[in-house]
Design a protein around this ligand. Structure first.
Ligand code: NI
Length: 169
């Protein structure tokens, strides 16, 4: 089932998500819905708080469903290693219509449980390292806008406030 994607300003996006205690049928349904919602958007990543569930799960598929083994599900993810730095344009399904250059690690290794509760590690570089950091930020209540400084951030926040007041956000 495709779930509505929350937008900047809605509470679950701005709070720290809770660890998943067990892979229950509800959690499995949530993961399935997140995957369906990500593909429908379409997007390359989606975190549970974006569909209003404040738990530590995200899904990533840089191929947006085109590659058989492109889909990855991360439950209770943690960074094992992060190094380097990259600067690229980035957007977010919860901040539609905006993007900005964000500093991210060039390489990141994430340890997590898969949807069967088995532990695994995945290394990402370039876009995948960026996606890992972006989605991990969602689990800590941080959006890419929060990572910006000064005028660029103010500009986006002001525009979102105007859209919100106009009932268009
Ligand atoms: Ni996002």
């Amino acid at each position: 089932m495709i779930r509505p994607i929350l937008k900047y300003g809605e509470a679950p996006l701005h709070q720290r998500a809770e660890p998943v205690a067990a892979i229950t049928p509800d959690i499995e349904r949530l993961i399935d819905d997140m995957i369906e919602t990500m593909y429908a958007a379409p997007g390359v990543g989606l975190a549970a708080p974006q569909v209003g569930v404040s738990v530590r799960i995200f899904v990533v598929d840089l191929s947006v469903g085109r590659e058989r083994d492109g889909l990855m599900t991360f439950v209770n993810p943690e960074f094992v290693e992060r190094d380097g730095m990259q600067l690229e344009e980035e957007g977010c399904l919860s901040v539609p219509g905006f993007n900005a250059t964000v500093v991210r690690p060039a390489r990141a290794v994430v340890k997590a449980l898969n949807r069967h509760g088995e532990s695994f590690e995945k290394e990402g570089t370039e876009l995948l390292a960026r996606a890992f950091q972006h989605e991990m930020d969602h689990l800590d209540g941080t959006l890419f806008v929060d990572r910006l400084r000064g005028i660029k951030r103010d500009l986006i926040v002001t525009k979102i406030r105007k859209l919100t007041r106009a009932g268009k956000w």
